[in-house]
Design a protein around this ligand. Structure first.
Ligand SMILES: [Zn+2]
Length: 144
């Protein structure tokens, strides 16, 4: 199966090795796609398959000529909607005050948590990622 673009999130594990997690798949539908039944069915199949694994597919319609700025806005919006990028955003645990990292749960949802147990031998409760304001690498954030 082919995807036009895949955006990965780079996370550091506890052993300081790097792991790449695919977070967003992008299909750019050019004139070859047009509105053929086959192309539509293929996109729907890809979308369903990715959803099963908790991933998102962004489809960008490039069949019409649009200005570069408009295309850029479209791409940025898709990324902001789908990719939580908070690498430079240190979130401290409200319980033990140590930095938390972005993790994924069994349902492929992002949350802040620890790789380690706290001094009481327990895992601190995770924080829902949507409760923390997002930052996006390389994408200007309003007011910044
Ligand atoms: Zn903690």
């Amino acid at each position: 199966m082919h995807f036009d673009f895949v955006i990965f999130e780079q996370l550091f594990t506890d052993k300081m090795s790097i792991m790449l997690f695919p977070v967003l798949f992008i299909e750019v539908n050019g004139s070859s796609h047009e509105e053929t039944t086959e192309a539509i069915e293929r996109d729907e199949f890809k979308q369903k398959l990715l959803e099963q694994f908790g991933y998102k597919l962004a489809i960008i319609d490039a069949t019409k000529t649009i200005p570069d700025e408009e295309l850029e806005q479209m791409v940025v919006k898709n990324i902001k909607d789908a990719v939580p990028s908070r690498k430079d955003y240190i979130v401290h645990c409200p319980v033990c005050k140590k930095p938390m990292i972005v993790k994924k749960n069994k349902n492929h949802e992002y949350f802040y948590g620890h790789e380690f147990k706290n001094s009481e031998g327990k895992y601190c409760p995770g924080i829902n990622i949507s409760d923390i304001a997002p930052l996006y690498d390389g994408i200007p954030v309003e007011g910044k």
